[in-house]
Write a protein that binds this ligand. Structure first.
Ligand code: ADP
Ligand code: MG
Length: 339
């Protein structure tokens, strides 16, 4: 089922949370809505679910205008971070719940068979008789997904479903969710403020800021060509430096950086840590090392340029580098945005 949002607006009292959002999600696609807290992600998801009504604009499910269709008739399944399981029901009863209250009549045997199938799908075989309090947080979210899938939704809506879990569990769950998505092919809208999670999971990213879509595209499109200082900053963990553009060029401590099409005057230079390299004898911006931070796969290095700017970059762990060393930071790639 493809979904289309056309100029959707939502205002709470006097505060406009969503400003004319238009968005197409192809049938079977997994799209991540990504943005900082308060950017309108949950509000958009709730409007697609039918838990909230748009003030203006339209939401189409396939060719049907679903804008005013109530939630229980939309055929959506959802999982929210805090959409808790029923604690007094077993895992199997939780999964069966939607089928029991649905308008579509199913026999007890049919429900039992479907619960068994779903337990297998979410890899919780044999845990049907446990209560939510007797399984881990990651397992609970898998039960929540099984419950959402039980009614054969045409659309799956997930709002930070792994938000409360540990990093390693989250990574496993997103691999798992991706494989389930590949198996079932249900059109899925996944909301998160976590860029790693969004990039890991989604076919396509839609980036939101203050209730507006600021960029959308494949992960590759967006990572290679962020279209604004906001997107670069949000995704990149970038060094962000004030500079002056003159004749399509920035001079950074003697290194010339192209800034094609950026008007003369004040601008911001964005340097990703992976696009910088340490060159003891140049080329690059003269600098001294302030601090070396070891990580498992790499080292993050903090340097101070001759002109007094702090620059962070990554080196392989075997690079010999110490606080106090002098040398040059080579700029392999840079992006300049007018400020
Ligand atoms: P996100 O999910 O991206 O963090 P939300 O969609 O929850 O953002 O919220 C977007 C904005 O709308 C926020 O500023 C939030 O405070 C506001 N908002 C959301 N729901 C309501 C509500 N029911 N009443 C008033 N303001 C709301
Ligand atoms: Mg939210």
């Amino acid at each position: 089922m493809k979904i289309r949002l056309h100029n959707v607006v939502k205002t709470f009292d006097t505060f406009r949370a969503v400003h004319g959002v238009s968005l197409d999600i192809g049938s079977g696609e997994l799209v991540a809505l990504l943005g900082p807290s308060g950017s309108g992600k949950t509000t958009i998801l709730r409007m697609v679910a039918g838990l909230e009504y748009a003030d203006a604009g339209h939401i189409y499910f396939g060719d049907l205008d679903a804008t005013d269709i109530p939630v229980r008739d939309r055929g959506v399944g959802f999982v929210f971070q805090h959409y808790a399981l029923f604690p007094h029901m077993t895992v199997a009863e939780n999964i069966a719940f939607g089928m029991k209250v649905s308008k579509i009549r199913r026999s007890a045997a049919e429900i039992e068979r479907r619960v068994f199938e779903l337990l297998g799908l979410v890899r919780l075989d044999g845990l049907g008789n446990r209560f939510p309090g007797q399984i881990s947080g990651g397992q609970r979210q898998r039960v929540a997904l099984a419950r959402a899938l039980a009614v054969d939704p045409k659309v799956l809506l997930l709002d930070e479903p792994f938000g409360a879990l540990d990093t390693n569990v989250r990574r496993d769950l997103r691999r798992w969710l991706r494989s389930i998505h590949e198996e079932l092919g249900i059109t899925t809208l996944f909301v998160t403020h976590d860029k790693e999670e969004a990039m890991d999971l989604a076919d396509r990213l839609v980036i939101l800021n203050e209730g507006r879509i600021v960029q959308q595209g494949t992960t590759e499109d967006i990572c290679r060509a962020p279209n604004s200082a906001f997107v670069m900053n949000f995704l990149g963990d970038a060094n962000r430096l004030p500079v002056t553009v003159s004749a399509d060029t920035v001079d950074f401590d003697g290194v010339r950086i192209p800034a094609d099409g950026v008007p003369d005057g004040r601008a911001e230079l964005f340097l990703l840590p992976g696009d910088l390299a340490w060159q003891p004898s140049g080329p690059g911006v003269p600098a001294s090392i302030v601090r070396v931070i070891d990580h498992i796969h790499a080292r993050r290095v903090v340097a101070l340029s001759q002109g007094g700017q702090l620059l962070e970059f990554d080196t392989p762990p075997e690079t010999v580098i110490r606080a106090g060393d002098r040398g040059h930071v080579e700029i392999r790639k840079a992006k300049v945005f007018a400020s």
